[in-house]
Write a protein that binds this ligand. Structure first.
Ligand code: DC
Length: 233
């Protein structure tokens, strides 16, 4: 079976995971995976189907039954999307209503098992840069390439507000870190980057430089098709 690499980028809310993971994927020619979008899609689907997100059993039942598929699209960076009945709810998963519902859905152990399996399937699309909260600890614990991003709460709040979103990030981080199932934490061996004082090009530059060193690539050279230290689906 084909072996591919996984770069796991975990961290707190608004620590720059998405922006930096996309920059890293583009620079190395890897496929970007936003696992938060997958949890958001289930939260949106619960709202659509009028399933109470506080009812863990009902959420787990819906998750078991929904009809989904994964697709890999090229634009603007090669990335994986989770479709529901062939539809990708791109705008709907970013609403305030969905954001408020998602931590409850993400705390359900059966949901996390389902997501883990689905996220591991993404390896079929190629080398991955996967961002989330539990990629290095739970989804691909065997990968050698783990990064953890963080920034001070004031800076993260400012970043969210610049995106036009007002959110209690401290409360969300607390819920993500305190839940019993796959809580947010720093994976063993992860490179921790506090980017409070950094631009995204500086943050992603650190990861790209580190990965090129590990993969034995020259600066400016794109990433490998497959490589050593790979993981199996
Ligand atoms: O990164 P985001 O804001 O899109 O994540 C949405 C929610 O999903 C957030 O509450 C954390 C949760 N999440 C998770 O528990 N595990 C992941 N791997 C990704 C996201």
């Amino acid at each position: 079976m084909k072996s591919n690499l996984v770069i796991a980028i975990d961290g707190t809310s608004a620590s720059g995971k998405s922006t930096n993971a996309k920059l890293v994927a583009k620079a190395l020619g890897f496929v970007y995976v936003d696992t938060g979008a997958m949890y958001r899609t289930l939260a949106w689907y619960c709202l659509q189907k009028r399933v109470d997100v506080h009812d863990a059993k009902a959420v787990a039942n819906l998750c078991r039954r929904w009809k989904t598929s994964l697709e890999c699209v090229d634009h603007p960076v090669r990335h994986v999307r989770l479709l529901v009945d062939g539809y990708y709810p791109e705008k709907e998963i970013r609403t305030e209503e969905t954001s408020a519902a998602v931590p409850h859905v993400a705390a359900v152990p059966k949901v996390r098992d389902w997501m883990r399996d689905k996220q591991r399937e993404c390896i079929e699309f190629g080398n991955l840069v996967m961002e989330g909260r539990d990629i290095g600890t739970n989804v691909f614990p065997e990968t050698d390439h783990k990064f953890y991003l963080d920034a001070c709460i004031n800076e993260r709040t400012k970043r969210r507000e610049a995106e036009g979103v007002r959110e209690n990030l401290a409360a969300r981080d607390e819920r993500d870190s305190q839940r019993a199932a796959a809580p947010l934490m720093i994976a063993l061996g992860a490179m921790v980057i506090n980017n409070s004082q950094m631009t995204s090009s500086e943050t992603s530059g650190i990861i790209i430089k580190e990965m090129k060193k590990r993969l034995g690539l020259q600066a400016g050279q794109p990433g490998p098709a497959t490589a050593a230290h790979s993981v199996q689906p």
